[in-house]
Design a protein. Structure first.
Length: 149
């Protein structure tokens, strides 16, 4: 069995988008995956609406705690951000990751940022989760093609 790459999902605060992506990817694929934020307040739980929408996909953010990118160490095959500005911040903070850092949209041959639902209603979180899930399905397909699965 060919193992999938280790992925780090990154957003701003690590309580919404990257946390959702981590939980959905873990539920979808079960691979080693982590998340962080470029300006996270370490230790914050996932946003209540984020926990609620992830549960709709049989995922869980009950034990999630935000983590700032400055605290992240180790090797990741891919560092996947939600926006271009986050990608730029990652590269400034961790220049050694430049060649492995990409937005989620770019990773699947699309363009555009995934908007931040923080402070918005449940419907906004549902829309973001649906977009992330759709892009992760495409990512899974691409990685399957690349690995020959």
């Amino acid at each position: 069995m060919i193992s999938r790459p280790k992925i780090l999902f990154v957003c701003t605060g690590n309580t919404c988008r990257s946390a959702i992506a981590e939980a959905l990817w873990r539920e979808m694929v079960g691979d080693p995956v982590e998340s962080a934020g470029v300006s996270a307040w370490t230790g914050l739980p996932a946003a209540p609406h984020a926990r609620q929408v992830v549960a709709g996909y049989q995922g869980s953010l009950d034990h999630h705690r935000a983590r700032d990118l400055s605290e992240v160490e180790g090797h990741f095959d891919w560092v996947i951000t939600m926006t271009q500005s986050q990608k730029d911040r990652v590269v400034r903070m961790k220049p050694e990751w430049k060649e492995r850092t990409v937005t989620l949209s770019e990773m699947v041959g699309e363009s555009g940022d995934i908007l931040d639902p923080a402070g918005q209603n449940l419907e906004a979180y549902k829309a973001v989760a649906e977009e992330i899930y759709r892009l992760l399905q495409k990512l899974k397909g691409r990685l399957d093609e690349w690995s020959g699965d």
